[in-house]
Design a protein around this ligand. Structure first.
Ligand code: NAI
Ligand code: MG
Length: 482
């Protein structure tokens, strides 16, 4: 089963210069899936040099007609769509998520390339008035070589979320997928190659963060780093990139509030809130992991959430019946399990804990069943990002109180609000310090919209036209007409 894969640098499929490799595993079984090059500084050097040459030498960027870039991105969208089943299965094998979710991811990847393919021909500047004797042109130019470092929870989608706008604006890229889930990033390189992306424009260096990611942070040939992942690595990246004033976009974690008011449509609120924290095994930066429930409906909601959790079927993501897969790695399972184990001693009341799958073939999989705690906003369960299927349910009485509690966090990525009162919904939405607010829903993130965090959830915005800004510089050209 385990294949030997190569990475993609300067239009060629290569081993790591050191010859080192590592294994990506299937988290449902713990078995080896593929052997992948273990990239290091030498490989990053080659990739950045190639990307630099492609950018400066005019095989991409401002030297290529926008419509040609656009067509290439449309072709990538089509190739992804044609291979959707295969790509989704690969994603399931590498990261564990249920196949239906993976298909949804891959469909969005295809759309992402289509969407930004459209933008490639529509990025324009401005002509601010500067009086009768002069003219000022604001032009938009690609920022240059971009190091894109992505996580393992939506491997291909997180990669596309950065690659598509970067290529659309004319940047060249070095993509560093997470070591847990490198496989679909390599497939994306194949697709880019087939679609006619010139050599050096799109490079993939596989490997571990400290070896294949860190060298991009200090490499003078890299103009911009875009990162999605943990707050710990995000702050380190910001600090390191400050030395060369590299442009930095960070999409970090969250501890997002999910507020259920008394008048909410409870069936929808319960189902949506449960999926907001258990969906994708809880490995979601915007997971609604703090569930604030009005006291008058508290018991009903807690019971409803328990029913949803009890109805979830853990198993291999390839089984169409499965609604919750394994966590991505043994390390992630252990991290999440440690939060669960410590919960009661820290003052949380364990309400529900599901069961691992019984199939002996999955005995070594990294499963953590859905878990529900009653908590207060002060304890660790409600303050730290767990990144697993663990809900902290917290009662409230007053609107002001729940707004205060919602904002009492270092994070500010997302919030969900459930109520039939549109005034209450919008007042609350305006009061919550978060970059994304859902009303009567949780987690949708269509490519056309905007994504990004307040406070320590990140810097910059992705998706929609907002992502373009992350890959563009603005230049002012002043012309004396006299
Ligand atoms: P991480 O932040 O270490 O990994 C994310 C990416 O950063 C990976 O590609 C990794 O190889 C890379 N990386 C790691 N160290 C690096 C370094 N020194 N220089 C450059 N790149 C580096 O996240 P990890 O350890 O996999 O997960 C830990 C926690 O992070 C999770 O429990 C979760 O709370 C959070 N997380 C948040 C994500 C989000 O979507 N915001 C995604 C993944 C994890
Ligand atoms: Mg894997």
């Amino acid at each position: 089963m385990a294949e030997n894969l190569k990475m993609y640098i300067d239009g060629r499929w290569v081993e790591a210069r050191s010859g080192a490799t590592f294994v990506s595993t299937n988290p449902a079984t713990g078995q080896a899936l593929a052997t992948v090059p273990r990239g290091g500084a030498e490989d990053v050097e080659l990739a950045v040099t190639a990307a630099r040459r492609a950018f400066d030498g005019g095989s991409w960027g401002s030297a290529v007609a926008e419509r040609d870039r656009s067509r290439i991105l449309f072709t990538m969208a089509q190739l992804v769509a044609e291979q959707r089943q295969e790509l989704a299965e690969l994603e399931v094998l590498d990261c564990g998520k249920p196949i239906a979710d993976a298909l949804g991811d891959i469909d969005e990847v295809s759309f992402m390339f289509e969407y930004y393919g459209g933008w490639a021909t529509k990025i324009s500047g401005d002509i601010p008035p500067v009086g009768p004797e002069a003219m000022s042109l604001i032009v938009k130019e690609p920022v240059g070589v971009c190091g894109l470092i992505v996580p393992w929870n939506y491997p291909m989608l997180m990669a596309a979320q950065k690659v598509a706008p970067a290529l659309a604006t004319g940047c060249t890229v070095v993509l560093k997928p997470a070591e847990q889930t490198p496989l679909t990033a390599l497939r994306m390189a194949e697709i880019a190659e087939q679609a006619g992306v010139p050599a050096g424009v799109f490079n993939v260096v596989t490997g571990f963060g400290a070896e294949a990611g860190a060298p991009m942070l200090t490499h003078p040939g890299v103009d911009k780093i875009s990162f999605t992942g943990s707050k710990a690595i995000g702050t380190m990246i910001q600090r390191t990139c400050a030395d060369q004033l590299k442009r930095v976009t960070l999409e970090l974690g969250g501890k997002s509030p999910n507020i259920i008011f008394a008048d909410a449509d409870l069936d929808r609120a319960v189902e949506g809130s449960a999926m907001g924290v258990f969906g994708n095994q809880g490995e979601v930066c915007s997971a609604g992991s703090r569930i604030f429930v009005h006291r008058s409906v508290y018991d009903e909601v807690l019971q409803g959430m328990t029913d949803v959790a009890a109805g979830m079927k853990l198993g291999s993501g390839l089984d169409p019946e499965t609604t919750m897969g394994p966590l991505v790695s043994a390390l992630q399972r252990d991290r999440v399990q440690a939060y669960i184990d410590a919960g009661p001693a820290e003052g949380a009341n364990l309400v529900y804990s599901g069961r691992r799958p019984v199939d002996p073939a999955l005995a070594n999989g990294y499963f953590v069943p859905p878990t529900i705690f009653e908590a207060t906003n002060e304890i660790r369960l409600a303050r730290e990002e767990i990144f697993g299927p663990v809900a902290a349910v917290i009662p409230f009485s007053e609107v002001d109180e729940v707004v205060r509690l919602s904002n009492d966090t270092e994070y500010g990525l997302a919030a969900a609000i459930w109520t039939r009162d549109i005034g209450l919904a919008l007042r609350t939405a305006k009061s919550v310090r978060a970059g994304v607010v859902w009303i009567n829903d949780s987690q949708p993130a269509p490519s056309e919209t905007m994504w990004g965090g307040y406070k320590q959830s990140g810097i910059g915005r992705e998706l929609g036209r907002y992502a373009l800004d992350a890959y563009l510089e603005s230049k002012q050209i002043y012309i004396n007409l006299s």
